[in-house]
Write a protein that binds this ligand. Structure first.
Ligand SMILES: [Zn+2]
Length: 490
């Protein structure tokens, strides 16, 4: 029985969807809430609904060490490439230095896992930049906590930063929006001192990982006012989320005028998440995708958190449908994970009656302050759209790319999309009622801040001594110089 879907009104978008079935072969370890397997469940749903008819499906070339080192330090990438469960004892010092272990464990194939995640986001960005598609999707990406030289919050390599760097080669201004329940700290930090990227995160704030993302954290130096944080309380409903998300995004579009958008669709903001504490239904979450899509800009859709995996796959499949202009029917089609979706076997993730601690007054107050901050970004930095920013490290490929170049980042069409029948149910042990048995196992897992003070500013490049407001109508040369500063030392 194939799934039912109906075409939505509106112009049809060209969608590139990245999936590598090898992602599901990686395990963070028994009891760890992060389950790469959820990507394959999502894929199974999308394929069985028939979405392969509406989009191009690719397996990305895994990201190389050199590519990762465009953002991360060589030493950190090297550790990820070398360390295994068998040799990890020899790397005790490096593990402590780079925060590898505990929340971010060493597991077999760790580097391959990072390569798949990052490769999809980079290739998605590359195809968007080259106008090969309108929307690129990589559910294995969105790992927003990873830092330049530090693993954090289940994330090792920041595929989002790498994808945005790729977009910045062609786009003057990139907007990053993060709807994960956790603050998008790694991406914010990477672009904290540049006006070429605006980051905007809606997240739970207060006694919650990672502890950053205060309203008053707005960027620094040339990046001042180009970081937007909307701190939220537990239990936010669809209606209340929408009442702040849509006006804030509209205001950003109006003032900042980005030419490309990256949306991190962390689904731990869904109701019933094992780690999150929001109350968004699948439709409330997906409204963010529809709304962002409605602006018609090149869009990179990425995954992120999401720990009640039957709901993660529901939401991301539904959102894949929206990207492809299709509304998926509520009856879940037969697929190899069908039993995960009982007892309802419906696509919906309903909200509950939990209390919403976000009052109207609170939301209005925060929104007003965000608007006030955004006013300073009026007249977005005007890098001429044809200028190509200087990157700190050259990519292998030329800017005047030739897609026949064997070195070019070029996706392979995925041939095995429909033939995955290996019945992996080993992750079902803690897929109970949304609250795992080891909720208190880890700092990220139990929702505690890891002690990092929320007021810690992102590292400021030494070369940028004088914090200054971005001037109106910055010329291309200045914008280029700023980019290399921000990228080199973000
Ligand atoms: Zn999260």
């Amino acid at each position: 029985m194939a799934g039912v879907m109906t075409a939505l009104p509106g112009e049809r978008k060209r969608v590139c969807y990245f999936f590598d079935s090898d992602i599901a072969n990686h395990h963070y370890g028994s009891g760890h809430p992060m389950k790469p397997h959820r990507i394959k469940m999502t894929h199974s749903l999308t394929m069985n609904y028939g979405l392969y008819k509406r989009m191009e499906i690719f397996r990305a070339k895994p990201a190389t060490r050199k590519e990762m080192a465009q953002f991360h330090t060589d030493e950190y990438v090297e550790l990820l490439a070398r360390i295994t469960p068998d040799n990890m004892e020899a790397y005790a010092r490096e593990q402590a230095k780079f925060n590898v272990g505990d929340d971010c464990p060493v597991f077999d194939g760790l580097f391959e896992y990072c390569s798949i995640s990052a490769g999809g986001s980079m290739e998605g960005a590359a195809r968007l930049s080259r106008d090969k598609c309108d929307i690129a999707i990589n559910w294995a990406g969105g790992l927003h906590h990873a830092k330049k030289a530090e693993a954090s919050g289940f994330c090792y390599i920041n595929d989002i930063v790498l994808g945005i760097l790729e977009l910045l080669r062609y786009h003057s201004r990139v907007l990053y929006v993060d709807i994960d329940v956790h603050h998008g700290d790694g991406v914010e930090e990477a672009f904290y001192t540049t006006d070429r990227v605006m980051t905007c995160s809606f997240h739970k704030f207060g006694e919650f990982f990672p502890g950053t993302g205060e309203l008053r954290d707005i960027g620094h130096g040339k990046g001042k006012h180009y970081s937007v944080n909307f701190p939220l309380r537990d239990g936010i409903t669809d209606e209340n989320y929408r009442s702040v998300f849509e006006p804030v995004i509209s205001k950003i579009m109006e003032f900042y005028r980005p030419s490309a958008v990256v949306l991190q669709c962390g689904s731990d903001s869904l109701s019933g998440d094992r780690l999150g504490s929001f109350n968004l239904s699948m439709r409330g979450h997906a409204n963010c995708v529809s709304f962002i899509k409605s602006f018609g800009l090149p869009l990179l859709l990425l995954g992120g958190g999401g720990y009640t995996i039957r709901n993660v796959s529901r939401a991301w499949a539904y959102e894949t449908g929206l990207a492809a202009g299709m509304e998926l029917g509520s009856e879940i089609p037969m697929n190899e994970y069908y039993e995960y979706f009982g007892p309802t076997y419906r696509l919906d993730v309903p909200a509950t009656n939990m209390e919403d601690l976000n009052t109207r007054e609170y939301l209005e107050k925060i929104k007003a302050q965000v608007f006030e901050n955004l006013r300073h970004t009026a007249h977005a930095p005007s890098v001429q759209s044809h200028s190509t920013p200087t990157m700190p490290i050259d990519l292998d490929d030329d800017v005047d790319e030739d897609l026949d170049d064997p070195e070019e980042r070029k996706p392979q069409r995925l041939m095995d999309a429909m033939v995955e029948k290996d019945n992996e149910f080993e992750d079902s042990d803690d897929e109970g009622q949304g609250v795992g048995p080891r909720k208190d196992r880890q700092s990220h897992a139990n929702g505690d801040s890891n002690g990092k003070p929320s007021t810690t500013p992102a590292p400021v490049p030494a070369t940028e001594a004088v914090p200054s407001m971005p001037t109106e109508q910055d010329g291309p040369a200045e914008a280029q110089a700023d980019t290399s500063v921000a990228m080199a030392d973000a």
